[in-house]
Ligand binder design. Structure first.
Ligand code: AMP
Length: 316
C-alpha cells in the first residue's frame, strides 16, 4: 500500500439544482480512496455501522482499496445531509450524524503504519491526530483536509495538527475562516508560517491554487456544461493530487503542479453524477484524455526573446 487515508465513510443525502439522491455512498475517505486508487494502491482507515451494505465493501475492494482498517461497529454508519443551491461551490449542511464515529478509536493494522504517503481526510482533528501518532515512521508526505465544523468546534486541535503536516488542503471559505483573513494570499502566508510545505486551496468551479513555500501555481477546473452533484469534489481532488505524487514518488515543485492538474481531472469526473456514480467507473483512456484537455486548456506561448506585450507608448 502506497497511501493510507483516514476519514469518513458515509451515507449521504444530497439535494442539488439537478435533483436529489438519498442514502448514496459517500464520505471523505471514500471519494479520496476511489480517486487515488486509479494511480496507486490505497489503504483505508475508517468505521462503518452494521447497516453498511456488502455491495459498498465490494465497490471499494474492486478498486483494490485495502479495507483491513475499515472497522464495522455496532450502530449506524455516519450520515450527512447536504444541499447546494445555485452556488454549487458551497455545500449547506442540513444534518450531520456522527453515529459510529462518536466512539471510534482507530487502531492501525501493523501493515499500515509504514505507509509512505498519508492523507488525513476530513474527520475530527482528534482522529486525525490518533492516526498520525500511530505511524511507525514519518511518511514522506502527510496532507490533511478539514471543514468549517472542525474549525468552529476543534480549532486548537486543528492548528496543532497543521503544525505536524506538510500539506493542508482546504477550500477558500475555510482558509478565510481559519485565519480570519479576507485575502487568500494573506491566509496562505499565515498558514505557511506554521510550517506547512504547501497550502492547497480548492476553489470549486474556479479550480485550485497551490501556495507552496517556493512557488504559487493555479490549476483551473474543467469547464463542464452541467454539474450534477459537487459532493466529494474536494476529496476526489485530494485523491488525484496525492495519488499522482505517490505514484511517481516525487514531492518536488514540478510534480506538485502536475498533481494539482491530476486532482482537477478527478474532481471534474466526480461532479458529473451523484455520489461516486461517475468516479467509480472510469477508464484510464478517459482520465488521460481529460488530462490532455487540461494541457490544451492552459496552453499559451510565452513572449519570445525579451519581447514585452504590445503596449501603447507611455512616457514612464
Ligand atoms: P467534499 O469533498 O468536501 O464535498 O466532501 C463531501 C463528503 O464529506 C461527504 O461525502 C460527507 O459524507 C463528508 N462529510 C460531511 N461532513 C463531514 C464531517 N463533519 N466529518 C467528516 N466527513 C464529513
Amino acid at each position: 500500500m502506497n497511501i493510507l487515508v483516514v476519514g469518513s465513510v458515509a451515507y449521504d443525502s444530497v439535494q442539488t439544482p439537478e435533483g436529489s439522491n438519498r442514502h448514496q455512498l459517500g464520505g471523505s475517505a471514500t471519494y479520496f480512496s476511489i480517486s487515488a486508487s486509479y494511480f496507486t494502491p490505497v489503504g483505508l482507515v475508517a468505521v462503518v455501522g452494521k447497516d453498511f451494505a456488502r455491495q459498498d465493501f465490494h465497490l471499494l475492494e474492486e478498486h483494490g482499496v485495502d479495507t483491513t482498517g475499515l472497522e464495522t461497529n455496532a450502530g449506524e454508519t455516519f450520515r450527512w445531509k447536504g444541499q447546494y443551491t445555485e452556488d454549487m461551490n458551497a455545500a449547506i449542511t442540513i444534518e450531520t450524524r456522527l453515529n459510529v464515529f462518536e466512539k471510534f478509536k482507530p487502531a492501525l493494522p501493523e501493515s499500515h503504519r509504514r505507509a509512505p504517503y498519508l492523507f488525513l481526510a476530513n474527520i475530527s482533528p482528534d482522529l486525525q491526530h490518533a492516526v498520525l501518532d500511530q505511524m511507525s515512521s514519518r511518511p514522506k508526505l502527510v496532507a490533511c483536509d478539514s471543514m468549517n465544523l472542525w474549525i468552529e468546534i476543534a480549532r486548537p486541535r486543528l492548528l496543532e495538527l497543521i503544525e505536524k503536516v506538510d500539506v493542508l488542503m482546504i477550500n477558500e471559505a475555510e482558509a478565510r475562516q481559519l485565519t480570519g483573513m479576507r485575502s487568500l494570499v494573506g491566509a496562505a502566508g499565515a498558514l505557511l508560517k506554521r510550517g506547512l510545505k504547501a497550502l492547497v486551496v480548492k476553489r470549486g468551479e474556479y479550480g485550485a491554487v497551490v501556495f507552496h513555500k517556493d512557488f504559487t501555481f493555479a490549476a483551473p477546473a474543467y469547464p463542464l456544461a452541467r454539474v450534477v452533484d459537487p459532493t466529494g469534489a474536494g476529496d476526489s481532488f485530494a485523491g488525484g493530487f496525492m495519488g499522482y505524487l505517490a505514484a511517481v514518488d516525487d514531492t518536488g515543485a514540478e510534480a506538485m503542479r502536475r498533481a494539482a492538474v491530476a486532482g482537477s481531472v478527478m474532481a471534474s469526473f466526480t461532479v458529473e453524477d451523484f455520489g461516486v456514480g461517475r468516479l467509480n467507473s472510469l477508464k484510464t483512456t478517459e482520465i488521460n484524455a481529460r488530462f490532455n484537455a487540461f494541457v490544451e486548456l492552459t496552453r499559451f506561448h510565452p513572449l519570445g526573446g525579451g519581447q514585452g506585450l504590445p503596449l501603447t507608448a507611455r512616457t514612464a
